[in-house]
Design a protein around this ligand. Structure first.
Ligand code: GLP
Length: 263
């Protein structure tokens, strides 16, 4: 995994956004895998700026979001539908018909068939070109909590108490955080052609060090990215603070041959 350490979240997000913008300019109908949470907010802000000031065109871009809380209607302020429209989709020229987010209103025995259809939709779009990921403080990606099968596909998951507590800030109280979610699986994420993991702040340092330098293990789901051929992690200084080889990663980035800079 390539590790790119920047001084802060905005500069890290600018690099990640430049990577995504290149993909969209080369393939205007690129398929983006999108994430929610506080981490990708500066990335979405920069993509919006590139759209407004540099003409980055989303009119043919297709998107698939990682996950959604079960039991939340799209208009619920803590739903990931609401998050995505509020923070990104309504601010660029994406077509609503090209946006895919798992429904929070599926219930009971309909869930497995719904999840299979979500996988099928990703496949028929030609697969995900770039998957954006945050990371949970326990190493989860999407909502694949520790212990998730490293080969898992889109399905229902039960959140850990730690994740419910971490995400309680988006709800009026921790009790309101749903227990169940639909999430792309780790196998689904690994099928993406490129993966960009973003992590900022000291609260992510332990999860990041396990993901980047620990063993590949279901106990830290993000560690599977060590087996992905095109995975990059964009970290700020604090999130990188637990990495033993951080000086080497900085050195690699500084010494990158010019022809490799844009890849
Ligand atoms: C949620 C999301 C993840 C996200 C994680 C970290 O659990 N399902 O996709 O990476 O939160 O969130 P934050 O970026 O707010 O720390």
């Amino acid at each position: 995994m390539e590790v790119i350490i920047s001084k802060d979240a905005p500069s890290s997000s600018t690099l990640a956004a430049a990577h995504i913008a290149r993909v969209i300019r080369e393939k205007p109908d690129a398929v983006l895998g999108l994430a929610t949470g506080s981490t990708p907010l500066p990335l979405y802000k920069e993509l919006i700026r590139l759209h407004r000031e540099e003409g980055l065109d989303f009119s043919n871009v297709r998107t698939f979001n990682l996950d959604e809380y079960l039991g939340l209607a799209p208009e619920h302020p803590a739903s990931y539908h609401h998050f995505m429209w509020e923070n990104f989709f309504s601010r660029v020229n994406i077509q609503a018909t090209q946006v895919h987010i798992p429904s929070g209103l599926i219930s009971g025995p309909e869930v497995p068939a719904y999840c299979s259809r979500y996988e099928e939709e990703i496949r028929s779009a030609g697969g995900i070109d770039v998957q954006i990921l945050g990371i949970g403080s326990d190493g989860h990606i999407g909502f694949n909590e520790p212990g998730s099968s490293l080969a898992s596909r889109t399905r229902i998951k039960t959140l850990t108490q730690r994740t419910r507590a971490d995400n309680a800030r988006f709800f009026s109280s921790e009790n309101e955080v749903p227990h169940h979610v639909i999430t792309m699986g780790i196998g689904t994420i690994m099928d993406a052609r490129r993966v960009l993991l973003l992590a900022f702040g000291a609260g992510k340092a332990e999860a990041v060090s396990g993901a980047v330098e620990g063993p590949v293990t279901a106990s830290n789901p993000a560690s599977i990215l060590q087996l992905h051929p095109e995975a990059k992690s964009f970290l700020d200084e604090e999130a990188a603070s637990g990495l033993k080889r951080r000086d080497y990663y900085r050195w690699v980035f500084e010494k990158k041959p010019s022809w490799q800079r844009d890849l």
